[in-house]
Write a protein that binds this ligand. Structure first.
Ligand SMILES: Cc1cc2nc3c(=O)[nH]c(=O)nc-3n(C[C@H](O)[C@H](O)[C@H](O)COP(=O)(O)OP(=O)(O)OC[C@H]3O[C@@H](n4cnc5c(N)ncnc54)[C@H](O)[C@@H]3O)c2cc1C
Ligand code: SF4
Length: 458
């Protein structure tokens, strides 16, 4: 018999949810605490404007399907968001009860209702009457799925082109399984496909299908291709074995594929949400010493506070004001990382202080695995092919998510820019909805002008 308890085994720990669901009694107690505010601040603080009081009241009357319908109507990614939204900055942060007591546990109630319909295979929506219009969506992550769902409900024929094997984007391949199980992400995607949305997976637009063909063959296009992989650190040794791109690392783990023996000493470079996910994943793969190295301090890091707390609880250590200089190997395998200490300098041209290396403070850390996690690069080739205006890969869109090219819309991380909103699932969902509504308006306007042209020529 194994000397390990099941809870010590990596696969089990990877699937063991960080956050337990509420019991039925807890759900009802929590739901009855809600004041059902008129003009509820929680609904206003939710980027998708879920009618929170309405879905909570439906739980108290045992109409859980109705509750889930309210949630998913406003947010096609409502089941994922129940697990990954930084709620203290959004709905729960706005709850009026939070002034004197604990705010209502909105995300836990949202999880209860969406899990209820998911576990019972209840389908919530149906497609609209066919309009005869065709729309292509490039990317099947949260933004693409939200856009596709809404377009199908308007009655348009939608095709999603997705580079990966499965839909869901970072919900399926990025956010660690112990915060967001794949089953939840795939259920949301299935809900969209069931509306008659066609899906072409394993198809990278720009390689397997030309973007020009999509423009020629569809009445409108929604770009929802997210961002790219982690950019290189541009230091020697990055190509050694045992040096990972954080997104590849997490994707491999989340897909149930082996990442090999990562050893006991893991260094993660960077301090955003992805870095935290890579570090906590390493912990759950039983690495003894996992440390995040960041060239600024806790104050400047981009990870959500709840993620930071969670990483500390999991035993991840943090080393501030250190920048990597080079990665050292033995043969072709990583052995150590050399860092240099940094200090921060204020700059007029940047919102965040600039880290400056301090020569003579170099030090070396022995490691078995290095995970690079310094943000995501931008995907520009499709934008350039379509002459779409972008700022370093962030698509320039108006309030309706329209690009400079008529009939081409963009949503989600591909349109994200620092300082304007957040790269979050709930934002991607809302932008997908807005883009779909704008596509619909565009197609109606095109019909009107066709009709008008027909009449004036007739
Ligand atoms: C590790 C990690 C943890 C995160 N944690 C959180 C969290 O806790 N809470 C939260 O709200 N957000 C979190 N986020 C952010 C969130 O995942 C993203 O903001 C969200 O997924 C953006 O959705 P999207 O549809 O724009 O992009 P994506 O999810 O990236 O989806 C884009 C899709 O487009 C596909 N694609 C790309 N190029 C092409 C092409 N040429 N042809 C066809 N398909 C293409 C990709 O394969 C992908 O499936 C996290 C992100 C990461 C990386
Ligand atoms: S989607 Fe997110 S922000 Fe909106 S109500 Fe649900 S948990 Fe709160």
């Amino acid at each position: 018999m194994s000397e390990f308890a099941l809870s010590d085994q990596p696969q089990h720990r990877l699937e063991q949810n960080v956050h337990k669901p509420l019991t039925k009694v807890e759900v009802l107690t929590e739901a009855h605490r809600c004041l059902y505010c008129y003009d509820a601040p929680c609904a206003a603080a939710c980027p998708t404007h879920i009618d929170v009081p309405s879905f909570i009241r439906k739980i108290t009357t045992d109409n859980v399907t109705g509750s889930a319908r309210v949630i998913m109507d406003a947010n096609p990614l409502g089941a994922s968001c129940a697990r990954v939204c930084p709620t203290e900055d959004l709905c729960e942060g706005a709850c009026v009860l939070g002034k004197d007591a604990a705010p209502i546990r909105i995300s836990d109630l949202q999880r209860y209702s969406t899990d209820w319909v998911r576990e019972r295979n209840i389908d919530l929506f149906s497609p609209g009457p066919a309009t005869g219009k065709r729309v292509a969506v490039v990317g099947g992550g949260p933004a693409g799925l939200a856009a596709a769902r809404e377009l199908a409900r308007f009655g348009h024929a939608v095709t999603i082109y997705e580079a990966k094997e499965q839909l869901g984007g970072l919900n399926t391949y990025g956010i660690v399984p112990f915060r967001l199980p794949r089953a939840v992400a795939l259920w949301e995607a299935e809900q969209v496909v069931k509306l008659g949305v066609a899906v072409q997976t394993n198809v990278l637009v720009g390689r397997d299908v030309s973007i020009g063909d999509l423009v020629d063959n569809f009445d409108a296009l929604v770009l929802a291709f997210g961002m790219g992989n982690v950019p290189p650190l541009q230091i020697p040794g990055e190509d050694l074995q045992g040096v990972w791109d954080a997104l590849d690392f997490i994707s491999q783990v989340k897909s149930g594929q082996s990442v090999g023996d990562i050893g006991d000493r893991v260094v993660v470079i960077g301090a955003g949400n992805t870095a935290i996910d890579a570090a906590t994943c390493s912990k759950r793969l039983n690495a003894e010493n996992v440390a995040i190295y960041y060239r600024r301090t806790a104050r400047e890091m981009t990870a959500y506070p709840f993620e930071y707390d969670f990483a500390k609880q999991e035993g991840v250590e943090f080393r501030w004001l250190c920048a990597p200089v080079r990665i050292l190997g033995e043969g072709n395998r990583v052995r150590a990382v050399e860092f240099v200490k940094t200090r921060l300098e204020l700059s007029d041209n940047s919102e965040r202080p600039i880290p400056v290396s301090m020569p003579g403070t170099e030090f070396t850390v022995e490691v078995d695995t290095v995970i690079r996690s310094t943000g995501q690069s931008r995907l520009t080739s499709l934008l350039d092919a379509l002459h779409i205006i972008h700022d370093g890969g962030s698509v320039r869109v108006d309030q309706q998510m329209r690009t400079n090219q008529p009939g081409v819309f963009a949503a989600g991380d591909c349109a994200f820019r620092r300082g304007v909103g957040d790269a979050m699932v709930v934002e991607a969902a809302e932008q997908g909805k807005i883009a779909a509504a704008a596509v619909h308006q565009h197609l109606l306007a095109a019909d009107e002008s066709e009709k008008w042209r027909g009449e004036s020529h007739g």
